[in-house]
Write a protein that binds this ligand. Structure first.
Ligand code: FAD
Length: 389
């Protein structure tokens, strides 16, 4: 029985989310820890996610997608991540790239790529570089026009889905001298296996967020068709990527809610079973206080995440709400994972319990899609601007 929540969905949305919930309970939960400990890519689970049409959640029905709302998407990502956070990450790239193409792509780009993504193309976003993470405008990957192609040179760090994915949105500078730098930026759709001059590095060994492949892309004279410049116009890449990242932040916030929910559920289950001083630890007030705080924070994070998703559904910029949701939910997830680990006592520190995985997985949400320090700056800047008006 799921934990109670005030977050609501329509009957139809609820049916879709329940289907994902059943998939997670029956097929993800039993295998997630074993795959995670082996850092093994979950090919079978990803195939089933494709069969369920999940890669097409943001793709309009005319291209074969489900065309669901972001609120439903957030609920789906919560469910997947309740089973294993890495599944939410594997889906994230496809939803971001399809949303970007649906919103900003040329008709030709929509026709060539949206149906492919709906059918289950694994995708990714390449922004970060060795010397440009938070300070993204310092990026050094340059795209130079050469006839009907652009030639890309540069290195992209931490490419999620970089080994098994096929389509990548790559942020570059087409005018490296432009000031401010963002006006000289352009995004391209790069077909990884069909781009001479693009080399894929090895799999990065991580603390958590295992299974999903994170790597480095080396562009050395890589030739990308000019038809793959997103929107067909140079200088719009910053807008394209920044508004797409808001979709990613809804995903990260939802992932955090999912992991926090799993930690809370495991803590409740364990607290009812474990007996100390003659009664289940759930009957000790110190444990009850923890459970109450954990549940309150998880529910608040869920409601904020769904509210940010609703803003995106309304077609509004959601950097303020997406930033708040990502900041709050990720910090909550880390706190709740730690509290769940404490409630498990010594066994919580062993690899036999899922809670150690939640504890290792949660920091990624604090760092990924912009660190929480940067989220705070974005939130404050937006608030100060709005307050003035
Ligand atoms: C597992 C994993 C997967 C990832 N997947 C992707 C991906 O698919 N695509 C992609 O493009 N990127 C990806 N990233 C990269 C991620 O988005 C960056 O790591 C993140 O944005 C931070 O950049 P950085 O690592 O360069 O840290 P830095 O920018 O070097 O920051 C270091 C520290 O300084 C702080 N800091 C920096 N500037 C300021 C400031 N002005 N004020 C206050 N504090 C500041 C940061 O918050 C941080 O604490 C991934 C990262 C990880 C770990």
């Amino acid at each position: 029985m799921p934990l109670p929540t005030m977050a609501s969905l329509t009957e139809e949305e609820q049916m879709i989310v329940s289907q994902v919930r059943r998939f997670v309970d029956r097929e993800v939960v039993p295998v997630a820890s074993e795959l995670e400990h082996r850092d093994e890519y979950p090919h079978d689970l990803v195939r089933k996610m494709k069969e369920m049409g999940l890669f097409g959640v943001a793709v309009p029905p005319e291209y074969g997608g489900l065309g669901l709302s972001f609120v439903t998407y957030a609920a789906i990502v919560e469910e997947l991540s309740r089973g294993w956070m890495s599944l939410g990450g594997i889906l994230n790239g496809a939803v971001m790239v399809s949303w970007m193409l649906k919103t900003y792509g040329t008709q030709d780009q929509k026709d060539r790529y949206l149906a492919r993504i709906a059918q289950g193309e694994v995708c990714g976003i390449c922004m970060t570089e060795p010397n440009a993470g938070s300070d993204l405008q310092a990026l050094q990957t340059v795209a130079t026009r050469d006839g009907d192609h652009y030639v890309l040179n540069g290195t992209k760090m931490f490419v999620s889905n970089g080994i098994y994915g096929k389509l990548f949105a790559v942020l570059t500078k087409t005018d490296p001298q432009a000031r401010p730098p963002y006006v000289g930026m352009s995004a391209f759709v790069v077909e990884k296996d069909d781009t001479p001059g693009l080399t894929v590095g090895g799999k990065i060994n991580k603390l958590g967020y295992k299974g999903i492949d994170t790597t480095i892309f080396y562009f050395e004279g890589a030739r990308v068709p000019a038809a793959n410049l997103v929107g067909g116009e140079e200088g719009k890449g910053w807008l394209h990527i920044m508004s797409t990242i808001e979709v990613g932040r809804v995903n990260v916030a939802a992932r955090a809610v999912g992991v926090a929910t799993a930690a809370l559920e495991d803590a409740m289950r364990y607290a009812k079973q474990r007996v100390t001083f003659g009664r289940p630890i759930a009957e000790h007030q110190a444990i009850q206080l923890k459970l109450a705080d954990m549940a309150t924070k998880v529910e608040a994070a869920r409601l904020l995440t769904r509210a940010a998703a609703a803003k995106k559904d309304a077609g509004e910029r959601a950097d303020l709400w997406g930033g708040m949701a990502k900041l709050f939910a990720s910090e909550v997830a880390q706190e709740v994972a730690m509290e769940a680990l404490r409630i498990h006592g010594g066994v919580g520190y062993t690899k036999d319990m899922r809670v150690e995985r939640y504890y290792r997985d949660t920091p990624l949400m604090i760092i990924g899609e912009g660190t929480n320090e940067i989220q705070r700056l974005v939130i404050a800047r937006n608030l100060l601007k709005l307050f003035g008006e």
